[in-house]
Design a protein around this ligand. Structure first.
Ligand SMILES: [Zn+2]
Length: 227
């Protein structure tokens, strides 16, 4: 078969680009992702440091279309409501199971020293939903355990997942918070993430990226070497 000349399938011009911008004292990996065809983009988990995030959006020439939220923790979405209001874009996610966390953003103790303000997402997400960013379509996977309403965003054609605090390179999310559940988290990872494929690269909420395949083998909590 002849090489494709369609720019969307040209490897030199991938349909999705993503950059990681660590924010807050927790160094949370906010992700700016965008559709290279339309240059429309989304910030995933804009927890804080809004000036830094706005500078990145401007630097890459992206038109921000929406904010996506994986879960209701302060370092992931403490200032999402403020940013959405400021620039006039909607918030999609997380699952409504995290309503109590998002309402708790007004409670200084639950914010653990970070800035934050509660908000009402324009759209709560459920398992099997899709979200769009420009011409990109991302799948929504509900992965409870770290929090009850945690969702993961997956772009199949790019083999990329943004997993928040479900899974990390060499670790998994904490489950000692209110309504956390360790077994549920393990089930989310093994039953919902692993079937997506070994070749998926994931951006976790903190620390370096990895692949599902590498974690399937080597992760001390969910890796087969430790099973
Ligand atoms: Zn979290």
């Amino acid at each position: 078969m002849a090489a494709s000349t369609d720019p969307q399938t040209d490897a030199a011009q991938p349909p999705l680009r993503a950059v990681i911008i660590p924010v807050t004292a927790f160094q949370q990996n906010c992700t700016l992702l965008w559709c290279t065809k339309t240059m429309k983009g989304a910030l995933v988990d804009p927890g804080g440091d809004l000036d830094k995030l706005k500078a990145a959006v401007a630097q890459y020439g992206v038109t921000l279309e929406k904010l996506l939220v994986t879960h209701g923790h302060m370092d992931h979405c403490g200032l999402a409501g403020v940013l959405a209001k400021d620039i006039g874009v909607p918030i999609e996610g997380p699952n409504e199971g995290d309503r109590f966390w998002i309402e708790g953003l007004d409670d200084a103790e639950m914010r653990m020293g970070l800035e934050g303000q509660s908000f009402e997402p324009d759209r709560w997400l459920v398992d099997g939903d899709t979200v769009t960013v420009g011409d990109l379509v991302l799948d929504v996977v509900h992965c409870p355990g770290h929090t009850p309403g945690h969702v993961v965003f997956v772009h199949g054609p790019s083999r990329l997942a943004i997993v928040g605090d479900v899974l990390f390179a060499g670790s998994i999310g904490r489950t000692d918070f209110p309504r956390g559940n360790h077994q549920q988290l393990l089930d989310s990872i093994t039953n919902k993430l692993w079937p997506l494929g070994k070749d998926i690269t994931f951006i976790p909420g903190h620390g370096p990226c990895s692949t599902f395949g590498h974690e399937m083998l080597t992760n001390p909590f969910v890796g087969s070497r430790y099973g």
